[in-house]
Ligand binder design. Structure first.
Ligand SMILES: [Zn+2]
Length: 406
């Protein structure tokens, strides 16, 4: 094996490659930003190789938050989030706000984020981080595609028919977004939009997917009702976030045949554990019952074999940054996910969500060395994810003990 001068061997107490178990006596060899080998410590020690001992600590993949909003300030009122976003855009402060939020995520062990609705100013932040400014890898959708009276119209690109849907997608791709976000139903933050109604026709969504595919981009759909999920699936989107299965009256309308079709197509679903769900998860019996009913559709999806990632929606109302670990507790209570599944939901599954399933989210040879080191075993005690000691991106130490390095 020929190694570069910067090759290093990490020797932690435990290694976890989700959804696998915690393994003892394993070391992880990293070179040129990637994992080269994972195996018994004594077999990977070469003469002259730099060794990084991590006694008593657990090494696992950096977490991935596949749905957040770096430009939004997470205050407690919808109208105030919208007002502050507009004020930041007017003052040219969006990039600075986004970088600050991105770094809160990084320090908390999140090495990749997918931003699902910011302005194109975020692309400069993404590029600066890719160029060496410390921060998480950013996958940016830029402004979401929506309708004039639709959810996120206050920050989106409007597309009222098939031709507009196609041209909006083309323009976003040409401007350099990494993925396309389309708001296929109403949402809770936008007055006058209806979460229980679909916003786009299947034909409009097909045009978006076709154009995005032409440019090598994936499409993520925001969908808060069963009809929106059916249309997004029919159009061939790759990821469906929020994934609430309500009918127009708000009742649970889980559709097994639509779910089966989505699963066959390889759609990855997103479970949103945002601020209000965290609040409920800390509450009494009534709160927990509410959470259980809110995530009933996700439990059915998981039982039916769907891939479900967990994300925070940080930046949205009441949803602070750097709290992905707390969102996992919500998913444990609401969706019955076991610890190994919880870890996979923010690593290997989330990597599939963002289209980087072969690059990040695993501690295995060939993957990028986006790694975190935590105190304790998160498979036994989820709180260990809140004790992030070190964060590496592409093999470089970028955060330690709650601070950015470099
Ligand atoms: Zn969102």
């Amino acid at each position: 094996m020929t190694l570069g001068p910067a090759a290093r061997l990490f020797v932690p107490e435990l290694v976890i490659d989700p959804p696998g178990p915690a393994r003892r006596g394993q070391a992880v060899l990293v070179d040129a930003g990637r994992i080269v080998a994972v195996g018994p410590d004594d077999e990977l020690r070469f003469d002259g190789l730099a060794v990084e001992p991590l006694p008593g600590l657990t090494l696992l993949p950096g977490m991935i938050d596949a749905h957040l909003h770096l430009e939004f300030r997470p205050v407690d009122e919808d109208a105030e989030v919208i007002r502050l976003l507009a004020a930041d855009h007017a003052a040219g402060a969006s990039a600075e706000v986004a970088l600050g939020h991105a770094r809160i995520e990084l320090v908390a062990g999140v090495t990749t984020v997918r931003d699902c609705a910011s302005s194109l100013a975020l692309l400069a932040v993404r590029d600066a981080i890719a160029g060496g400014v410390p921060g998480p890898r950013i996958i940016a959708t830029g402004p979401p595609i929506t309708k004039a009276a639709g959810h996120l119209s206050w920050t989106g690109v409007l597309a009222e028919d098939v031709a507009a849907a196609r041209s909006a997608t083309r323009e976003l791709c040409e401007r350099g977004v990494d993925a396309i976000k389309v708001v296929t139903s109403g949402g809770t933050m936008t007055p006058g939009s209806f979460p229980e109604r679909a916003q786009f026709t299947t034909e409009e969504l097909r045009a978006i997917v076709a154009e995005a595919t032409l440019h090598g981009r994936r499409v993520v759909a925001h969908a808060l009702n069963a009809e929106a999920i059916r249309r997004a699936t029919g159009a061939g989107v790759q990821s469906i976030d929020h994934a609430r299965w309500n009918d127009p009256g708000g009742a649970d309308a889980y559709d097994p045949s639509a779910a089966a079709q989505a699963i066959r197509q390889g759609v990855v679903f997103g479970l949103t554990a945002s601020g209000w769900t965290r609040r409920r998860a800390r509450g009494g019996e009534e709160d927990l019952a509410y959470l259980r009913s809110a995530f009933a559709g996700h439990r059915r999806l998981i039982a039916d074999g769907a891939l479900v990632g967990v994300h925070t929606d940080a930046g949205a109302t009441e949803t602070r940054f750097g709290e992905l670990a707390e969102s996992l507790r919500v998913a444990a209570v609401g969706a019955d996910l076991a610890p190994a599944q919880l870890l996979a939901s923010v690593t290997s599954i989330a990597a599939l969500t963002v289209g980087l399933g072969d690059e990040i989210g695993s501690v295995a040879p060939g993957y990028r060395a986006d790694l975190i080191v935590v105190a304790g075993n998160p498979l036994v005690d989820l709180d260990a994810l809140e004790r992030v000691q070190r964060v590496y991106r592409d093999g470089e130490l970028v955060a330690a003990d709650g601070r950015i390095v470099g």
